[in-house]
Ligand binder design. Structure first.
Ligand code: FEO
Ligand code: CA
Ligand code: CA
Ligand code: CA
Length: 827
């Protein structure tokens, strides 16, 4: 016979008395349960409540005295989703085994179930939900006793105290959270590369972390080997973009520009500090770290060979002296946001690539006389005007190896007597950029593929829709420049779930990303919208078009912007990241700001033009200064839809600004923000990304609110399209006035909260987590970007230790955020 006395320990749960069961109820039910279970086994049972003794005889007739059942106060409680709950039972010495089982409620995974102390993570629920667990003790004779307890789970909340706005040179997170600096500019990624001196003397960035960490995804590895385990949460590959450089800190005394010529060694460093990193990371006993010597570590740079896939592969506009058939390319640059493909690859987006190109005066005339005047239309639409020197002056390098073209390729100027088809110079090199590039992080030898079916623009990122078997998936993208558009690509291929674990991941990419339809969004004033297909031969997208005579579908894709203009897409306030709510498929897009949005040009989806007051003496700015986050719901909730409804999830603004015309979402001190950029939903593989209301993360890249706070990251539990109403906004700037009626979601209130503030002069961008949601990776980009060797304006990350590091140059870096108690981040 076994008697048991049990309590459960609630770990970090919320002890909300109002939902508690009464102690007497618990005792009564446990007693009743025990009687039932023992009924066939016991000759005699007596029990006394009040005296709190239960006694009975075992089968041998020996009298046994039983410990009273007790429950500690405050332990029968409710707990919110995502919390770790510890169930703890105590059995008397006669018990040879004990176990915890779940009796009812949404199924959870019980860890250490065959012990007195089991744990589980409270599951996602949409309303208060009871879960019943049973503790059973069994004697060597098979006799057992059991008792039940109920844990009531309530929906997840943002369970942290909002971080105060601040301008400290630190990453600040809520109490109870830890920040670990993981992977900094210059950190070596193989055993033979020296530690980063961080004084401008370091070389070989092809074997070091690049600069300006941006979009990022975590790819799980098996704990015991270098193979893919999509659920792996203690070991994985972190893949991240290096968007740009803070050139002043990369060299001992800043850039050398003597005589208007750049030294080769400096240019090589600057080029190689761009691109993408693949690094192995592991969770040790106390913290996460990256594995410097991992064979899976890789740097992809603007010099790494790539192939072109999709309709534009081999197109005459992609032919260069390096790729005479237009099927190959070299490198990727200005990689901003990203996408994690469901089959285990990383997609990186080429954003402000155009600025790297030089185009001398006279180029347009050469192209025109070669019969290629339409290339001038295209280059102009993408901002590559004549007279541009190209970022950082790389084309001024005279390489030691005269045959090298790694500098020359950035000069798009057509050479007058070179082949008109572009195979003898780099006049077509600009057409090789502006694409989404897919990388297999698990195969360091693989060649990245540029996916031309997804169009060519200032790609900010590419977010896959939910994957539904038998349905063609969508991939959402922003074109980040003023008054550009939001796009979606719908694959020709319906989703097949087995592809998620295919061995040849890039072949799966071929299957879903090389054929399909690219659409651009048009937002209507009534809250509806259309996806307009960029299909050659339909509407204005023909060879007879007067603005730009399209030759074929490849020409449409290479000139995505021109095609979208002609279709009448809605010019937006700089579309940055896209994110998809895993609960309902709604798509969110950050519209970071738009200084060219005048009152006369406002519309329902971009309704604000106002003056934002500065308190630091700098000039006030005008337009949509603080940005907003738009969202849409596909008609029929299907990715294949041609139409949608939309509203604005939240408008950025300082909390002190006018609530009728500017601070339309009623932001307060705990959640006011400006210039939303990074945007990401927690993964559906853990509770933070499950249920009806998953957590969304919002990061800022701002220069308007920086008189009040450094850039920041907020957590949100958003509602859904249409949960608010319409609002009419009165706009006023020096350019005039206007009235615009928009659709604004329910004011977020406490469902939007500041989680992190970064160090000085940084942007917060790039976010991913382990599948279990217990480690959140975030990038801190360009701290101290306005300074230089003689004027160091941030010492982060050295300053993160809290001690003075006044001589330390700032470094972009990846951080890991964990909870002190090891739980899920954010809830
Ligand atoms: Fe690289 Fe649009 O941010
Ligand atoms: Ca940036
Ligand atoms: Ca960005
Ligand atoms: Ca930005």
């Amino acid at each position: 016979m076994t008697e048991s006395r049990f309590v459960y320990d609630d770990g970090d749960i919320d002890t909300n008395g109002s939902a508690n069961q009464h102690l007497s109820d618990l005792i009564a039910r446990r007693y009743s349960r025990r009687q039932t279970l023992r009924g066939g086994l016991t000759a005699m049972t007596t029990a006394v409540f009040g005296g709190v003794l239960m006694a009975g005889c075992d089968d041998d007739g020996d009298l046994v005295t039983v410990e009273p059942i007790t429950v500690s106060s405050g332990q029968a409680a409710s707990v919110s989703a995502g919390k770790t709950v510890t169930l703890r039972g105590t059995a008397s010495s006669a018990a040879q085994s004990v176990r915890w089982t779940q009796v009812s409620g949404p199924q959870v995974t019980l860890n250490n179930a065959n012990s007195a102390s089991a744990t589980f993570i409270a599951p996602a629920v949409s309303a208060s939900t009871p879960l019943v667990f049973r503790f059973t003790g069994t004697s060597g004779l098979g006799d057992s006793a059991a008792a039940d307890t109920t844990i009531t789970v309530t929906p997840a909340t943002l369970d942290f105290v909002a971080v105060a706005k601040n301008r400290n040179d630190l990453v600040t997170v809520p109490a109870g959270y830890l920040v670990t600096v993981l992977y900094r500019l210059g950190d070596p990624i193989n055993a033979s590369t020296s530690a980063y001196a961080n004084d401008g003397t370091d070389t070989n960035f092809a074997a070091r972390a690049g600069d300006h960490h941006d979009g990022m995804s975590f790819f799980g590895l098996a704990a015991t080997g270098a193979t893919r385990d999509a659920a792996g949460s203690t070991r994985g590959l972190l893949v991240l973009n290096h968007e740009n450089i803070t050139e002043s800190y990369l060299h001992p005394r800043g850039q050398t520009t003597t005589g208007g010529v750049r030294p080769e060694a400096e240019a090589i460093k600057e080029i190689e500090a761009h691109g993408v990193s693949v690094i192995e990371v592991t969770r040790g006993a106390s913290a996460w770290s990256y594995v410097q010597s991992s064979a899976l570590n890789r740097r992809i740079t603007p010099n790494t060979p790539m192939t072109f896939n999709g309709p534009a592969r081999g197109n005459p506009l992609l032919r260069t002296a390096y790729s005479k058939d237009g099927t190959q390319g070299r490198g990727t640059i200005n990689n901003c946001a990203n996408g994690m493909m469901p089959w285990g690859t990383y997609a990186t987006a080429e954003e402000n690539w155009a600025g790297y190109f030089r185009r001398d005066r006279g180029d347009a005339a050469v192209r025109s006389s070669a019969g290629r005047a339409k290339e001038n239309v295209s280059l102009a639409r993408y901002g590559i005007s004549e007279g541009r020197a190209g970022n950082y002056g790389w084309t001024t390098v005279t390489p030691a190896d005269a045959s090298s073209t790694i500098f020359r390729k950035w000069n798009a100027t057509a050479i007058a007597d070179a082949a008109a088809d572009g195979t003898a110079d780099f006049r077509h090199e600009p057409f090789q950029y502006g694409w989404i590039v897919e990388i297999d992080p698990y195969d360091p030898q693989s060649t990245p593929r540029k996916r031309t079916a997804l169009g060519r623009m200032n790609h900010e990122g590419v977010e896959p829709s939910r994957m539904v078997a038998g349905v063609r998936p969508a991939f959402y993208m922003g074109d980040d420049a003023q008054n550009e558009y939001i796009y979606k690509f719908v694959s020709s291929t319906p989703w097949s779930a087995s592809d998620a674990n295919a061995a040849d991941r890039l072949a799966v990419g071929d299957k879903y990303l090389d054929a399909g339809t690219l659409y651009v969004a048009k937002f209507n004033a009534d809250g509806s919208g259309q996806w307009l297909p960029l299909t050659f031969g339909s509407g204005p997208l023909t060879s007879g078009n007067a603005t730009y005579p399209f030759a074929d579908q490849a020409d449409v894709l290479i000139n995505t912007r021109l095609a979208a203009d002609l279709l009448g897409a809605t010019p937006m306030d700089r579309p940055e990241w896209t994110a998809v709510n895993p609960a309902n498929g709604e798509m969110y897009c950050t519209l970071t700001n738009n200084s060219s949005r005048s009152p006369a040009r406002t519309d329902a989806a971009n309704p604000r033009a106002y003056v934002d007051p500065r308190t630091d003496g700098r000039n006030n700015s005008a337009g949509n200064v603080n940005g907003h986050v738009i969202r849409l719901r596909e008609n029929g909730d299907t990715t294949e839809a041609a139409a949608f409804t939309w509203d604005v999830y939240a408008f950025g603004a300082g909390s002190d600004l006018n609530k009728d015309n500017i601070n339309l979402s009623g932001l307060d001190d705990s959640n006011d923000f400006s210039s939303p950029d990074g945007l990401w939903f927690s993964l559906p593989s853990n509770v933070a990304g499950q249920g009806a209301s998953p957590v969304m993360w919002l990061q800022t890249d701002d220069g308007a609110f920086t008189d009040v706070t450094n850039n920041q990251m907020l957590a949100a539990i958003p509602g859904r399209v249409g949960d608010g109403g319409t609002k009419t906004v009165n706009n006023t700037t020096s350019a005039g006035t206007s009235t615009a009626t928009t659709r604004v979601g329910k004011a977020p209130g406490a469902t939007l909260k500041r989680f992190l503030v970064g160090p000085k002069e940084c942007e917060i961008t790039g976010i991913t987590s382990t599948p279990d949601g217990k480690a959140l990776f975030v990038n801190i980009q360009h701290p101290g970007e306005n300074g230089g060797p003689d004027n160091i304006t941030s010492n982060w990350p050295a300053s993160q230790s809290g001690t003075s590091a006044s001589a330390s140059r700032p470094r972009s870096a990846t951080i890991v955020i964990t909870r002190e108690d090891g739980g899920l981040v954010g809830i």
